[in-house]
Design a binder for this molecule. Structure first.
Ligand code: FSO
Ligand code: SF4
Length: 544
């Protein structure tokens, strides 16, 4: 087995260049190779489905789901289980062969659409289909920017699919764009257009998920979430999948087992539908990267519904369960596809044998400021803007991460002038959501809209403000953007904002390693995208 790897898809890529030995995330070269091959065969299948659509053949929803889930599996910190990835490659190749037999004209299909082989040759093939197989650096950079944006888009589609919401138009785009990254006739200009189109469909995917979540669970509302614990055994739910949480809450009712959220699951508390469960206690811990200490002290089973998994310590490895696109070798996986019932009885029985969680914190945090809630307060908000009580909104959405340099965001939040309000979404919030920044005429200075996909809510709020204030340009609003990123869902959020015309976004703590100087220059010139500087410099340039 070839032991080299190259991965640069997340913000923690080694040396801001790429991981070549073992991922900073813990990904092994063997898993990296199988992820590369899974992306390759998924692109091949997408080239086939795209050709079939052109020929008038309908693509079944299960195939769209297979493609989205494949991409989700390869997102940073989602799935470390080589056997699972290999079985997905096998299934994808089988589906691809079946679909290929329906194609009337196979001329000019890319090699990935035609390749198939047996499992013993996967490793040898993977060596030739990784990131570095595209030789021109700028083309590679744009292909990867699109591919990573599509991974984020696929993740959001999969969550919507879990609630039985589908958008065949977005699926068709995703597959067409994946196929286009194999197309050598796509030059820099064509790939730049496709990048923006990816952002446009990113907005559409986030809108679909917003609709799925709010139709199913109601509109998030202002909520105080407990940070302490009860004296009963508990299950901790992490990741982003609300449907998984719902099934677990149903099944734990009356069992004496409590349920707590972790990291990106915190916003579940804001939905009316989850408030009816008295055993849904509160939020435990912080952003994904501090899980090794926090999971140890939780004492009960932990359910990872998506990323971000950190390779577990032995002390709690047997308590870590995965489901959906998430996976970790040796940790039990709860099966069940979109729309299927998942049986969590194993976790519940396990929880009953565990001591209650150790309390990490006391008090509450407030959240639930999604678009419907903010629009319900529109009069109050507009009055505060018109009177000058609110000078600026600062969008600080995105992800958190391990890097020490991310203390910048805590400092930035602390030093923002008292007439500014932070709009946040995603796990980035944990850098400042427990600070007491007070309020402006009753409007809290930190408004948490929800998970990273709820950045869509922030865009809806911006567009509504534009309408009410009669601004002719989204960039004329008193809103500035200081976004932090980590993995590929943040890439689709960024592309979505660019496609909505947002300019002068600050992105940190470092710019993506997959942007070449030429592609960075292009983003700077066209969109005014920039990295971060010191807190003082950025306060000056963003707030004035
Ligand atoms: Fe964070 Fe992880 Fe939501 Fe990401 S928990 S880093 S952008 O998966 O998806 O914000
Ligand atoms: Fe490295 Fe990030 Fe890739 Fe993991 S996902 S191997 S940390 S670049």
């Amino acid at each position: 087995m070839e032991n080299k790897m190259f991965c640069y898809q997340c913000q923690e890529a080694a040396g801001c260049i790429g991981c070549t030995q073992r991922g900073v995330c813990g990904k092994s070269p063997a898993v990296a190779a199988m992820q590369d091959l899974l992306v390759y065969v998924t692109k091949g299948l997408s080239a086939v489905t795209t050709r079939l659509r052109r020929e008038g053949t309908e693509i079944p929803p299960q195939l769209n789901h297979l493609i989205s889930t494949n991409l989700f599996v390869t997102i940073t910190n989602a799935n470390f289980d080589e056997a699972v990835i290999v079985s997905r490659i096998r299934e994808t190749l089988a589906e691809k062969e079946r679909m290929l037999s329906l194609v009337k004209n196979v001329r000019d299909l890319p090699e990935a659409a035609l390749w198939t082989d047996s499992e013993e040759n996967y490793a040898a093939k993977a060596v030739h289909v990784g990131i570095l197989s595209t030789k021109n650096e700028d083309i590679r950079s744009l292909r990867d920017l699109i591919t990573y944006g599509l991974k984020g888009l696929a993740a959001y589609s999969k969550h919507a699919n879990a609630l039985l919401y589908d958008d065949p138009e977005t699926d068709a785009f995703l597959q067409r764009a994946l196929a286009a990254t194999l197309d050598d006739s796509m030059d820099v200009d064509a790939l730049v257009s496709l990048t923006l189109e990816t952002g446009k469909y990113g907005v559409q995917a986030m809108a679909l998920l917003d609709k799925a979540n709010t139709d199913t669970y109601g509109n998030p509302e202002i909520t105080q979430v407990r940070l302490d614990t009860e004296n009963r055994p508990g299950i901790l739910v992490s990741g982003h999948d609300l449907r998984d949480l719902e099934m677990l809450l149903e099944q734990t009712q009356g069992t004496g087992v409590d349920v707590y959220t972790h990291s990106e699951m915190l916003p579940a508390h804001y939905y009316p539908a989850f408030k009816k469960y008295p055993h849904f206690i509160g939020n435990y811990g912080n952003a994904w990267w501090s899980q090794r200490e926090e999971f140890e002290r939780f004492h009960g089973p932990i359910l990872m519904t998506t990323n971000c998994i950190v390779p577990p310590k032995d002390s709690y490895r047997c308590r870590l369960y995965t489901t959906g696109a998430a996976g970790y070798p040796g940790c039990p996986h709860i099966s069940g596809g979109s729309g299927e019932y998942k049986d969590f009885s194993q976790l519940i029985a396990h929880a009953k044998t565990c001591p209650p969680p150790e309390t990490l914190e006391h008090g509450c945090i407030t959240g639930g400021f999604s678009h419907a809630q903010v629009l319900a307060l529109a009069d109050q908000v507009i009055e505060a803007v018109r009177s000058g009580a609110i000078r600026k909104f600062v969008v600080m959405a995105g992800c958190d991460g391990r890097a020490k340099s991310r203390s910048y965001y805590t400092q930035f939040a602390k030093e923002l002038p008292s007439d500014t309000v932070i709009l946040t979404a995603g796990c980035a919030k944990y850098r400042y959501n427990k600070l007491d920044l007070g309020d402006i005429n009753g409007i809290p200075r930190i408004l948490d809209a929800g998970q990273c996909n709820d950045s869509y809510s922030l865009a809806v709020i911006a567009l509504k403000l534009k309408e009410i204030l009669g601004a002719d340009d989204i960039n004329a609003l008193p809103i500035v953007y200081n976004i932090s990123w980590y993995e590929q869902k943040a890439v689709i959020v960024l592309l979505a904002l660019l496609s909505l015309g947002v300019k002068q976004i600050h992105l940190g703590p470092t710019l993506p390693a997959f942007l070449t100087p030429n592609v960075s220059k292009l983003l700077v010139e066209r969109f005014g995208l920039s990295g971060i500087g010191t807190v003082e410099e950025d306060l000056k340039s963003l707030i004035g």
